[in-house]
Ligand binder design. Structure first.
Ligand code: NAD
Ligand code: UDP
Length: 317
């Protein structure tokens, strides 16, 4: 265990970042959370503000940052297609300039740095399940490219800083993750379906719903990120962090209807461009190198997430 370290979390007021800040504080770290609040919110970390070991700073990672820390988790980047396509140039800048700025900071401080990469680097994959040595199948000029290629370039930068400057890097390829504190309007499938089911509105399946995704509960994901950060220096990744349980989007809709007891009908909408047909992580590396695998089953995680959105909607959000 590495206690009482100063840890920087970029994007710390977002969905995953807020849970990560919480867990780091629990084990005795000093946490500096920076965020530009594009998709994150102060509300997500409001309960941490009284903690003397926690500091929240408004900052955009596309600009240089001068602070003193021992470790950096680089999570800043909108993650949902609606948000990352809203200003695609800013999305690429966030991934690429953000990586350059945070790697520069890590280099000056000789700090260990972890990148929140994504299964999107595999694009619409030809290999199934996806292993880390698969190079991916990404459309470089499509509407998802600002995110996919931005994250791919960030991985390149991380490995070049590692080779060129001997920086200690960790690259996690995160697969679809869900849980409380997801943005209710961010358009991701789990939050969309739950909010629609609770409001009695039609559940919007894009395409015929036969496309698959693998859903990891946030607690498991954060545990994986922390284990990766703590792993020996030679473990650089990339490492898939996700839940290998694979479900069609239609099966997810049906499960959420059952768990909420909703009377919402299912409707079909057009499939967005370049929507990957299937996605499932091979987590052999994470099992072997980190002793990590997810523990929370989809139904159990959905119940907790439904309870969160139920409370949020009854507050009038
Ligand atoms: P999120 O949108 O809730 O969090 C991202 C945070 O980054 C937000 O708080 C946002 O305000 C902040 N941010 C965005 N641009 C910024 C900038 N230029 N400067 C500073 N802060 C900025 O998303 P999340 O689900 O918590 O994702 C966190 C990270 O994990 C992202 O890098 C994302 O790409 C990656 N990831 C998430 C998933 C998932 O399923 N949740 C899957 C793969 C990868
Ligand atoms: N999706 C859907 N209905 C929605 C939102 C998403 O059918 O209301 C589909 C989407 O087309 C994709 C899958 O659910 O096939 C996962 O979408 P999400 O945006 O959550 O993540 P990503 O596509 O980045 O994996």
């Amino acid at each position: 265990m590495h206690l009482e370290q100063r840890v920087l979390v970029t994007g710390g007021a977002g969905f995953l970042g807020s849970f990560l800040c919480e867990r780091l504080l629990e084990r005795g770290a000093d946490v500096l959370c920076i965020d530009n609040f594009f998709t994150g919110a102060k509300r997500n970390v409001a309960h941490l503000l009284d903690n003397k070991a926690f500091e929240l700073m408004r900052h955009d990672v596309t600009f240089p940052l001068y602070v003193e820390v021992d470790r950096i988790f680089n999570l800043a980047c909108p993650a949902s297609p609606i948000h990352y396509q809203h200003d695609p140039v800013q999305t690429t800048k966030t991934s690429v300039h953000g990586a350059i700025n945070m790697l520069g900071l890590a280099k000056r401080l000789r700090a260990r740095i972890l990148q929140a990469s994504t299964s999107e680097v595999y694009g619409d994959p030809h290999i199934h399940p996806q292993q880390e040595d698969y190079w991916g199948h990404v459309n470089p000029i499509g509407s998802r490219a600002c995110y996919d290629e931005g994250k791919r370039c960030a991985e390149t930068l991380f490995f070049d800083y590692h080779r060129q400057h001997r920086l200690e890097i960790k690259v996690a390829r995160i697969f679809n993750t869900f849980g409380p504190r997801m943005h209710p309007n961010d358009g991701r499938v789990v939050s969309n379906f739950i909010v629609q089911a609770l409001k009695g509105e039609p559940i919007t399946i894009y395409g015929d719903g036969s496309q698959t995704r693998s859903f990891c509960y946030v607690d498991d994901l954060v545990d994986g990120l922390m284990r990766l950060m703590d792993s020996p220096a030679e473990v650089t990744g990339p490492i898939n962090i996700g839940n290998p349980g694979e479900f069609t989007i239609r099966a997810l809709a049906e499960e959420i209807i059952t768990l909420t007891g909703s009377r919402s009908p299912i409707v079909q909408k057009p499939l967005p461009a370049d929507d990957p047909k299937q996605r499932r992580p091979d987590i052999t590396r994470a099992r072997e190198l980190l002793g990590w695998e997810p523990k929370v089953k989809l139904t159990e995680g959905l119940k907790k997430t439904i309870a969160y959105f139920d409370a949020l909607l009854s507050e009038g959000a």
